[in-house]
Design a protein. Structure first.
Length: 270
């Protein structure tokens, strides 16, 4: 009985036989895969860290720089890196730069000039004054040109009925503008000599003054307006033909770019 019990116990703890020769063991990953997986994990962490550093918020970055400057002094924080390949970009300023202010001012002036031109052109089209009133935007400003045939009798300074009506409509536009405006009178080269007008100087100045008075009466602030006479010395066409002389006899209403710029600069200054 003792022998049989020992035999049974020995049989119970017998190990399984080794696999038969020629048969492979259970399938599994090769040993190098563990090292490769660790490397990929490290690379992923590295790129996540780079991405997080590259998307630092601007406000946080500025606070960091200000803190460093207050602790170390403004001269201790370099504007560029001290090592090759390291660059510290300047912190954007809260105040716009001088160039940005100039560009912004120039854009405001251009927009205002275009609006003046647009309103006058609309007035010209509505009243069918294509050959008698014109408006142009130049490098110097906005120039509204009116023929003397529309405004005055030949050689005189009294406004015609049609000229009076058109100037009143022009005044309704100009009265909204708080810019310096110059009224310039021009004549052709034909000489004039009378008790009232010894020369074209007096005639051109008187016509400009007549237009000034009418505009002021219709709402244009007098402190913004002036009259100038140029006689025949600023022609826009030849004086050798009747058509050329007719073009030279004109009154110009001029809003100079500089005057608009001064007004906008005053509005923008504290």
């Amino acid at each position: 009985m003792a022998d049989e019990t020992g035999t049974e116990a020995a049989a119970e703890i017998t190990l399984p036989p080794p696999p038969a020769e020629g048969k492979k063991g259970a399938p599994g990953a090769p040993a190098w895969m563990a090292t490769f997986a660790d490397l990929v994990t490290l690379l992923m962490c590295f790129f996540v860290l780079l991405f997080a550093m590259s998307t630092t918020q601007q406000e946080t970055y500025k606070e960091l720089v200000q803190s460093l400057r207050s602790a170390l002094g403004s001269q201790a924080v370099p504007e560029s890196g001290t090592r090759e390949g390291l660059t510290m970009h300047a912190v954007p300023s809260e105040e716009p730069s001088e160039n940005q202010q100039i560009d912004e001012l120039g854009g405001m002036i251009e927009k205002e000039m275009e609006e003046i031109v647009s309103e006058i052109r609309e007035l010209v089209l509505f009243n069918k004054l294509g050959g008698e009133v014109s408006v142009t935007k130049t490098e110097d400003g906005v120039v509204i040109t009116m023929s003397d045939l529309l405004l005055f009798a030949q050689g005189g300074t009294q406004l015609s009925g049609k000229g009076l009506d058109i100037l009143q409509k022009v005044a309704s536009v100009l009265s909204k503008l708080a810019y310096q405006v110059k009224i310039k009178g021009h004549t052709d080269s034909e000489p004039i000599s009378s008790a009232y007008f010894p020369s074209n100087w007096e005639l051109s100045s008187a016509r400009a003054s007549t237009v000034v008075r009418l505009l002021v009466q219709n709402g244009v602030p007098p402190k913004f307006i002036s009259a100038e006479g140029y006689a025949q010395y600023h022609p826009v066409a030849t004086n050798d033909t009747a058509q050329g002389r007719a073009r030279n006899r004109r009154v110009e209403i001029v809003y100079e770019r500089d005057s608009i710029a001064r007004q906008f600069s005053g509005l923008k200054s504290p």
